[in-house]
Structure formats: structure tokens, C-alpha cells
Ligand binder design. Structure first.
Ligand code: NAD
Length: 437
């Protein structure tokens, strides 16, 4: 079976490569000619562990190819996946569906035989039906069915998430579409992955509900961690103590500087807008969104407090710029709020990230980026750990201390232990854990 995937970003490229690994013929399409040129030359435009090998193996086997030419890609395709971006619309926070609708129109013109059109992008409830309307209007003779197949992969572990997902959600309403989708996901069905068939609307909502719930869970533990600070309790133990309850679960109970990334911020906002539109506001999601916005700025106050109340004239080394480790994605990273605010308050910033500097530079061109973590920390008044990259977990603390002007370390990911940092003589602060005496 052949499929086409429209949009070759974090989701489209991974999905296309994984479907080709399942054995299907996959053509990945992007309107960004530069990206397609890179892919054709064997270069992966994003950082995602092991994606290069997966792409290379499947290109070599002749199952995976890249093009800007949609008509060519669609010839003989049983399914076309729309995996284009759905960012927040400027001004009102609704999902911007411009790219989805543009893709739908182009696809419509090229439908020759029966094709299943699948939205893999995260799209608000009702989008699948609107896409069907666009296709019918553009090409009344087109034989097609819609399916909604939201993607749950996480950047940084995207291939494993795609190959071994907790579940697959497929919204579709005809036997013909179900048959195509079932065949595509047969390799996962064989490893007993739960596959949920639902209506289009339900599948669309599942994705937003899942992301909003996870965002809420993160915000909950962040608030509990603030409370721990005030009450002298330890958030690590609280997380473990509540997470061992099977009804709660231990994941997403790590305090941090606020969630970011390409999904949670825009998806919580979009769900909030959808709910308001039908006069049924989701107060829990609204509270999550505003708390998370405020939290990033609170982190700046924490850094200032660690420096005695003011950051004016202080050299602060930032370790980690991306919103999480193992990705170069900078979209809505907390660093994009925290660093400019530190600068606005008079700090001098030096920053390091193992893979995110190139992306970060596009957003914050004027920062002193250093390629080496120790170089970043040399002569600093404070070090702030913003992203929990593995390479920051095993720093040579003795060396760090001698390099810095003053041994102030603010760990916004709780990757070190207060007692070990005290033993090294650091003035160490973290989230929701008592300082060692
Ligand atoms: P992205 O910005 O990395 O990639 C989108 C790609 O689509 C870009 O390369 C762009 O050039 C291309 N594109 C846009 N319009 C096009 C068109 N008409 N024809 C061909 N190509 C076109 O986006 P992403 O992070 O891969 O996200 C895609 C969707 O998947 C979003 O809806 C997102 O919410 C969802 N999603 C993302 C993740 C994630 O971790 N990034 C996880 C799950 C779901």
C-alpha cells in the first residue's frame, strides 16, 4: 500500500519514516523546498534521536521518498495524511487552520481513485468535516472518506512513541476508511496496541483533552512544589507518594519552570477557545494556562532571590534552551520568556544547549551562546539549569565551582540533590525541596 504524508515536520517526517519501516511505500511532501532538498541529500532538518538511521534505511530500501510535488506523491496513494502545523492564531489563540485548509484544497484537486484523507495534525473539533466540505467543493467528483488520526508522539522519543504507542485513536465513519486505517496500523495491532475507533469529533477532542490533562497535571505539581517550599515538605517525595497511587500515576509529576513546547501551550489555548465558543468554559484549563504563564516569570524572581534580590549587572549562565531534552524545538520554550526577562532586569546572559543553539538564535539573536557548558559557566555569578539534558546531570561540580565567580546554582529541573550540592559548597536552590543544612 502506498501513502502520502503532507508536511514533513516533527510529526510528518517521523510518521512517514515509521510507516515506511512498517513496510508501506511512503512519499513525504513539503512545500518548503529547502527542507525537501536537505532530506533528499540525506540530511535530517530536525534533531530527533535515531531518525537519521530510520530515514536512511527506508530510503535505501526504496520505500521512502521526498518531494515538493503533491500531485506526483498522490498517484496511487490509498491514504493521504495531513501533518501540517496548526499554530495558535495571532490575537485570539484559536488554532490557525490556514495550512490544513490549504493542504485540503491542493489534495482535493488530485484525488483520482478512492482515497482516505487523514488529519494527523492536531485540529479542533469539526475540522475533519470542514476539510471534507472543502474537498467536495473543490472536486465534487472526488471519491474519499475522512479520518482523524491524532498523533501522541513526544519529541525526543518520537520513534519509540510511534512504534510502541499506548494507543492509536482513529476517528472515521465508513467501513472502507476503517479497512484502510486498520491495514496501516496492523503492525501495531499485532503487538496488541489498543486501537480505538471513534467518530471524527471524538478523535479530535481526545487529542486536546489528553494534552490539556497533561498540562494540568504538570501545573498541579508545580503548585504543590511551591507549597512544599513554604511548608518545608519535599516535592520529590510527594510526587512519589501520590504517583504510586495507580489512579494518579507517576508520570508528569516533576516540577519545572512551566510547560512549553510545540503542543501544550497552543493546544490548551485552543481547547479553551473551543469550549468558550460553545458557552461551556473549561475553568480548570483556563486556570492552568494563566498559572503556567505566570510561572515562567516567577522563575525569574527565584533566580533574582538566589542572587540576593537583584540580577542587575550579574552574569547568569543558562544551561539548556529547548523546552525539553533530546529535541532542538524551541517553540514556546520557557527559556524564551525567562531569558528576555532576566535581560530586561539587567542581567548579562550566557547560554548553552547541546543541540538547540541554532534554533534559539532565531528567537534570541543577541545572546552570548557558548558551545561548551563549562565555558558558559566560567566567571558566572549564577548558573541556572533550565533543561534537563543528560549532559548536565553529571557535571564536574568541583570544576564548576572553581570556574564560577560565586557558587550559586539554581536548578529548575531538580536534577541534583540539595545535600550533595551543599557538600560541594554551592548555594543551591531547586523547586519544592528543603535546602540542606
Ligand atoms: P512542523 O511545523 O514541524 O511541520 C509542519 C510542516 O508542514 C512544515 O515543514 C511546513 O513546511 C509543512 N507544510 C505546511 N503547509 C503545507 C502544505 N500546504 N503542503 C506541504 N507542506 C506544508 O509541525 P509539527 O510539530 O510536525 O506539527 C504538525 C502537527 O502535528 C501540528 O498540528 C501539531 O500540533 C501536531 N503534533 C505535533 C507534535 C510534536 O511533538 N511536534 C506531537 C503531536 C502532534
Amino acid at each position: 500500500m502506498k501513502i502520502a504524508v503532507i508536511g514533513t515536520g516533527y510529526v510528518g517526517l517521523v510518521s512517514g519514516a515509521c510507516f515506511s519501516e512498517f513496510g508501506f511505500d511512503v512519499v513525504c511532501v513539503d512545500q518548503d523546498a529547502g527542507k525537501i532538498e536537505q532530506l533528499k541529500a540525506g540530511k535530517i532538518p530536525i534533531y530527533e534521536p535515531e531518525l537519521d538511521t530510520l530515514v536512511k534505511n527506508n530510503v535505501d530500501r526504496g520505500r521512502l521518498s521526498f518531494t515538493t510535488n503533491l500531485p506526483e506523491a498522490m498517484v496511487g496513494a490509498a491514504a493521504v495524511f495531513i501533518a501540517v502545523g496548526t499554530p495558535s492564531r495571532r490575537g485570539d489563540g484559536h488554532a490557525d487552520l490556514t495550512y490544513v485548509y490549504a493542504a485540503a484544497e491542493t489534495i482535493a484537486k488530485e484525488i483520482k481513485d478512492y482515497t482516505v484523507i487523514v488529519t494527523k495534525s492536531t485540529v479542533p473539533v469539526g475540522t475533519g468535516r470542514k476539510v471534507a466540505e472543502i474537498i467536495r467543493k473543490t472536486n465534487p467528483a472526488a471519491k474519499f472518506d475522512m479520518a482523524s488520526n491524532p498523533e501522541f508522539l513526544r519529541e525526543g522519543s518520537a520513534i519509540n512513541d510511534f512504534m510502541r504507542p499506548d494507543r492509536v485513536v482513529i476517528g472515521c465513519e465508513t467501513d472502507a476508511a476503517r479497512a484502510v486505517m486498520r491495514q496501516l496500523y496492523r503492525p501495531l495491532f499485532l503487538i496488541e496496541t489498543p486501537i480505538l475507533f471513534t467518530s471524527l469529533e471524538t478523535a479530535e477532542l481526545i487529542k486536546y483533552a489528553a494534552n490539556s490533562f497533561l498540562a494540568l497535571k504538570i501545573s498541579f505539581i508545580n503548585q504543590i512544589s511551591d507549597l512544599c517550599d513554604l511548608l518545608g515538605a519535599n516535592v520529590t517525595d510527594v510526587s512519589r507518594g501520590i504517583g504510586l497511587d495507580g489512579r494518579i500515576g507517576s508520570k508528569f509529576l516533576h516540577p519545572g519552570p512551566g510547560y512549553g513546547g510545540s503542543c501544550f501551550p497552543k493546544d490548551t489555548l485552543a481547547l479553551m477557545k473551543t469550549a468558550r465558543d460553545v458557552h461551556s468554559p473549561l475553568s480548570l484549563v483556563e486556570a492552568t494556562v494563566s498559572y503556567n504563564d505566570a510561572r515562567k516569570l516567577q522563575m525569574v524572581d527565584r533566580i533574582a532571590a538566589a542572587l540576593g534580590g537583584s540580577v542587575v549587572g550579574k552574569t547568569i549562565s543558562i544551561l539548556g534552551l529547548t523546552f525539553k531534552p533530546n529535541t532542538d524545538d524551541m517553540r514556546d520554550s520557557p527559556s524564551l520568556v525567562i531569558i528576555p526577562e532576566l535581560i530586561a532586569r539587567g542581567a548579562k546572559i550566557r547560554a548553552h544547549d547541546p543541540v538547540g543553539i541554532e534554533e534559539a538564535r532565531k528567537h534570541m539573536p543577541d545572546i552570548d551562546y557558548r558551545q561548551d557548558a563549562y565555558d558558559t559557566m566560567s566567571g558566572a555569578d549564577a548558573v541556572v539549569i533550565l533543561t534537563e539534558w543528560n549532559s548536565y546531570r553529571a557535571l564536574d561540580l568541583g570544576r564548576v565551582k572553581t570556574l564560577m565567580k560565586a557558587p550559586v546554582l539554581v536548578d529548575l529541573r531538580n536534577i541534583y540533590r540539595p545535600d550533595e550540592m551543599a557538600a560541594f559548597g554551592f548555594n543551591y536552590s531547586s523547586l519544592g525541596r528543603p535546602r540542606a543544612l
